[in-house]
Design a protein around this ligand. Structure first.
Ligand SMILES: [Zn+2]
Length: 1084
């Protein structure tokens, strides 16, 4: 009936009902002795109509109803029933900003204050109505309230109500009082007055013991908002806003002196900053960003360089001209290699059995390996559909996640014995990785005894090295790290990168968000200000002031990050076991703080440590939706569990009180920062642990991996060529890998088949913080050189050109997004410069070359990581979809478009457990015009040009629903991507007859199961993934709302109810107080 009721009132309003009622009010009130038998029902009607008429305030103002109501209220200060009715009308009038301001000017505020002060529990119904009017009024009249000095009185009232309302019977009065304070706090002078009146202390002390009291929820949530709003803003505790590392870009003018951070006045009313997410593919696109210019969508721009320059890429495609004469030399060998190789090298990234990984012997010695390895084919894994996946059991806070692994056999060597002597080496502190430095660099410290010691320690360590980490070799890693050039000239290696990583035995569930965790953390933050007795505030690590490290006492953690991909800039011990951490901005930049990777040592086991990364930049994070950071324990590694695990609890991500002025931030408005907070209990005392945003994957790890891969393949079968695409600004080689099958023989037929194989081009890691993309790439590479029948078929039919790391410098120096020039390289594809963006320039050049010789790739895909969404998905390019989405119909009918761009994502949706079609998008945005995806699509005419995004977090659909990604899931995605390329080809019209026959034979055995699986995936995915919200509802507001209009300050029905109730009571003739309990019933 509510709807019907509202409708009839709306109808009445449309017919001038409001004006008629207001006019009646004015006429009646202005008579010598107003008739309250008319006025009271009239007020009730006015309030009900007013709630549903948006222009009511304006109408009341014009008809002078404001004045008469105020006069009536003044006259009836001692007549509760009449006063209450006036207050309801005022409440409706005050809802409009203009009339609110007018009421303020006309003395309504003073009147209301007279009603609500001093504290009394008599006439609570009146007090509640008056407080609610006041709150509505203060939205527009807050300045007036500050000038009148009402802040102190409001705080006093809050305290009185808090003390006397032990039964929480008057929660709504208390809430309305706090809303008054909140509106005042929107004003700089209001916050000043609030702080001067000890507002922080008062609100803090009245809330301290009821943070998790359900009855007080409406009160506590406002208090938290006020505390955050009034917390004095300050600059970050850093010397400069720019990176601690600077790199002088060749040929460019060194930037002016870095802007020094000084204390600034942030008391301006600049709270309403716009949270602009600059992350490239991370935001749901706005429609007005869509490219609607048909010419831009359809035209193909000319070369961005002289034609003759393209010839240099001929040397990177020698497969197109090579004669393979050596194939003739030893005809007998082929057979021999084929026999042994088949069972040798069958590593496929799999999430099902990491034990199996461990059983694989050192892959570099494949020639000697026995043939007992169980062969897994990727197809059989598709078939299994991850039915064997079991998430790790839910861990309670404080539990050591490593404990789940104890029984997994990871501490056992390949012969089944426990790894000896580890306990012995653990007792010495010699294993501390601080001492492992690159020999070439430590040579410069030859005066100290360290180099020899170091060598000994490393040797001793390596004797305990488990021989079971596939595709890893610490010796090789150490050798490779010597060639890696960093801006800061890192001397250390991080132990996890050196020692290697083995996936945990089971996938880890997403972390369930603890109720009220954000509020508790914020309260702890405020406590620093109010009760500083336990605050230490000691800098224990700083790249800017390394000397301050000298006197680090033993009772604090030790930090370091001066190793590849490390990027901690400063650590401050806040309390005994709480640390504020600041990560470095990207080199030559003053932004992009999100990635972190650092080492911590000197801890005690099993006690909680709180870490706060206080200079994060993005407005929201998957850390609010179940994601945990990753941790690697050196002691665990030496005990045979060299594993990055998801770790940390009480995790949340929220806006903090640090600001950067617009001038320094280089934007139009002040810049805000966000805190990522988490608690860690370490598995061992005096351990060295590494914490990272996501599983690290360094440039040196890539170079090591490529060498091992190259050694692992049988060169008679697999054409694996590793070369240098170009040198980076920082002096590192950017590798280019070519993978295909060797021609069957050097006969002209076979050579012809070899040279005619279509290309597939895959790139990754243009954004250094997206280490997940490297793990996907690792999975793809390992799969492509494996003996899996699918991989063999892929090699026999395609030439893979892979650039696994487009931004080595960024990765090495711990950047999140940029190159050493401080640029997002994925915004440079339109016109890259050979000198400033060499990797992009040459990647584009190679693609140009392929295009010019008529060999554009079947698929181009650039692997990325996504910080806001879950699952894995593709972005592609479609003219028609873009125009449709933009509702632009110009010329769409005449445009013909190859619609096969949707085929690959559809295939992956069926094959890959982590992949979902529902997040894919094929829109071309203006702001993405210079990304790899769009440029390769437009300029090279590759219709299947993609960005593949993998979540940092995990999946909310499919077999992995509710799980965080481990490295195995990411690697599996890489392998599945390759399988997808094969199936895509089988579905294409250009697919060769030969491939179809081969694939038919291969797939036949699995056909039934595969079909079955695909169908199942199809039907289940359509029901599970359809229109799933990207995020589950977060239980708390991520941040306080500065726009107070969106506050639910009492709904229509709430005032309706009050009026209804009162009318009922009035019939009984009594004037009742609002009884205990009534307030609580309506608690939202
Ligand atoms: Zn990216």
């Amino acid at each position: 009936w509510e709807d019907q009721y509202t409708l009839s009132i709306r109808y009445m309003v449309s017919k001038g009902g409001s004006e008629a009622l207001l006019q009646t009010l004015v006429d009646t009130a202005r008579t010598a002795s107003p008739d309250y038998d008319i006025l009271l029902p009239l007020f009730r009607l006015l309030a009900k109509v007013g709630l549903r008429d948006k222009k009511f305030g304006q109408k009341a103002l014009e008809l002078e109803a404001l004045d008469v109501t105020l006069i009536l209220a003044r006259k009836n200060l001692s007549h509760s029933q009449n006063l209450l009715h006036c207050l309801w009308a005022l409440r409706v009038f005050a809802a409009s900003v203009t009339t609110g301001a007018m009421l303020g000017i006309n003395g309504a505020m003073e009147l209301l204050f007279k009603v609500i002060t001093p504290y009394t529990q008599k006439r609570t119904r009146i007090i509640r109505a008056a407080t609610e009017v006041l709150a509505a009024l203060l939205k527009s009249s807050n300045r007036r309230a500050v000038n009148r000095g009402y802040v102190t009185s409001l705080l006093k009232l809050h305290q009185d109500w808090h003390c006397h309302d032990a039964a929480n019977a008057y929660v709504l009065i208390r809430r309305a009082l706090l809303l008054c304070l909140k509106h005042i706090a929107n004003l700089g002078s209001g916050r000043e007055a609030f702080l001067a009146a000890q507002g922080m202390e008062i609100l803090f002390s009245t809330t301290e013991n009821c943070l998790d009291d359900n009855d007080l929820e409406p009160v506590v949530s406002i208090i938290i908002q006020i505390l955050r709003q009034c917390y004095p803003k300050s600059t970050l505790p850093l010397v400069t806003a720019t990176s601690a590392y600077t790199f002088s870009v060749p040929g460019s003018i060194p930037s002016e002196t870095p802007c020094v951070l000084t204390e600034e006045d942030f008391e301006d009313d600049a709270d309403e900053e716009v949270d602009k997410d600059s992350d490239s593919e991370d935001v749901k696109e706005q429609d007005d960003d869509l490219e609607t210019d048909v010419n831009k969508l359809t035209s193909k721009p000319g070369l961005d360089r002289p034609e003759e320059e393209l010839m240099q890429y001929e040397a990177m495609c020698v497969e197109l001209s090579c004669n393979f004469e050596e194939l003739e030399s030893k005809p007998g060998d082929d057979l021999h290699f084929e026999e042994t190789q088949d069972a040798k090298h069958s590593h496929i990234p799999t999430v099902t059995s990491p034990k199996q990984h461990c059983l694989n012997k050192d892959q570099s010695s494949w020639r000697q390996e026995s043939q007992d390895t169980v062969q897994t084919s990727l197809l059989s894994m598709v078939k299994m559909g991850r039915s064997t996946m079991h998430p790790a059991s839910k861990k309670g806070p404080g539990m050591n996640a490593y404990q789940n692994m104890q029984s997994s056999g990871l501490g056992i060597d390949s012969s089944g014995k426990e790894i000896p002597d580890i306990q012995v080496s653990l007792k010495q502190d010699a294993w501390d990785i601080d001492m492992i430095s690159c020999p070439s660099i430590s040579a410069s410290f030859s005066n100290s005894a360290r180099p020899t010691e170091t060598a000994e320690v490393v040797d001793k360590l390596l004797q305990t090295y488990p021989k079971h980490l596939p595709f890893h070799d610490p010796h090789l890693y150490m050798a490779k790290s010597r060639r890696t050039r960093s801006v800061a000239n890192f001397k250390m290696m991080a132990f996890p990168d050196f020692w290697g990583h083995c996936p945990p035995p089971s996938a880890q569930s997403m972390l369930e968000r603890k109720r009220g965790v954000q509020r508790i953390k914020i309260f702890e933050d405020v406590q620093r200000l109010i009760q500083p007795c336990d605050v230490i505030n000691k800098v224990v690590f700083s790249l800017d002031e390394p000397w301050s490290l000298q006197d680090t006492a033993s009772d604090c953690l030790r930090f370091s990050s001066e190793f590849e991909s490390g990027n901690l800039r400063k650590a401050i011990q806040v309390r005994e076991r709480e640390y504020d951490l600041l990560v470095n901005t990207d080199v030559n930049s003053s932004q992009h703080q999100q990635w972190f990777y650092f080492k911590v040592s000197g801890m005690r086991a099993a006690v909680p440590y709180r870490f706060n990364i206080i200079n994060c930049e993005k407005p929201n994070s998957q850390f609010n939706y179940g994601m945990q950071p990753t941790l690697y324990s050196v002691k665990e590694a030496l005990l045979g569990r060299p594993t990055w695990i998801r770790m940390g609890y009480e995790i949340c991500y929220y806006k903090n009180h640090y600001r950067q002025s617009a001038a320094i931030a280089g934007g139009a408005s002040e810049k805000c920062f966000y805190t990522l907070t988490f608690v860690v209990t370490f598995p061992h005392s005096e351990d060295a642990c590494y914490l990272a945003y996501h599983y690290p994957y360094t440039y040196t790890a890539l170079m090591t991996h490529l060498d091992i891969l190259e050694k692992s393949v049988n060169p008679k079968q697999i054409y694996f060529r590793q070369e240098v695409l170009c040198q980076t600004l920082g002096g590192n080689s950017c590798p280019l890998v070519t993978i295909t099958a060797m021609p069957e023989s050097s006969s002209s037929d076979h050579l012809e088949q070899f040279r005619q194989r279509p290309y597939q081009v895959i790139t990754a890691r243009v954004h250094p913080g997206e280490s997940n993309s490297s793990w996907v790439m690792k999975g793809a590479l390992e799969f492509l050189v494996s003996s899996d029948p699918v991989a063999r078929l892929l090699r026999e039919n395609f030439i893979f050109k892979i650039i696994p790391m487009l931004n080595p410098d960024g990765v090495i120096n711990g950047n999140h997004r940029c190159s050493l020039k401080g640029e997002d390289l994925n915004r440079q594809w339109l016109s890259p410069s050979a000198h400033l963006q060499p990797t992009i320039y040459h990647a584009k050049g190679l693609l140009y070359y392929l295009s010019r010789v008529g060999r554009s790739p079947r698929v181009f895909c650039d692997f990325h990581g996504h910080s806001q969404k879950k699952n894995v998905f593709l972005y592609g390019c479609s003219i028609k979809e873009t125009l449709w989405q933009a509702e632009s119909t110009v010329g769409t009918s005449t445009i013909s478009e190859d619609i096969t761009y949707r085929t690959l994502p559809k295939i992956l949706d069926k094959l890959a457990p982590a992949f979902t079609m529902s997040s894919c998008s094929f829109l071309v945005e203006k702001s993405r015009a210079s990304t790899a995806r769009v440029v390769v699509w437009r300029e090279m005419g590759v219709s299947r040009s993609y960005t593949m995004e993998s979540s940092y977090c995990g999946c909310n659909q499919g077999p992995y629903q509710g799980l965080q990604f481990g490295t195995s899931e990411l690697e599996e995605m890489g392998a599945m991507f390759c399988l997808g390329l094969l199936i895509l080809e089988l579905k294409s019209v250009s697919c060769s007859h030969q491939l179809l026959t081969h694939a038919a034979t291969l797939l036949h055995a699995d056909e039934e199961a595969l079909d079955h699986h695909l169908q199942r995936r199809c039907s289940s995915s359509s029901s599970v993934t359809s229109e799933l919200d990207d995020e589950p509802p977060c239980m708390e507001e991520i941040d306080y709302i500065t726009d107070s209009s969106s506050d639910p300050e009492g709904s229509f029905s709430e005032l309706d109810r009050q009026i209804q109730e009162c009318a009922f009571n009035k019939d009984e003739g009594g004037e009742e107080e609002e009884g205990p309990g009534q307030g609580r019933k309506t608690t939202p």
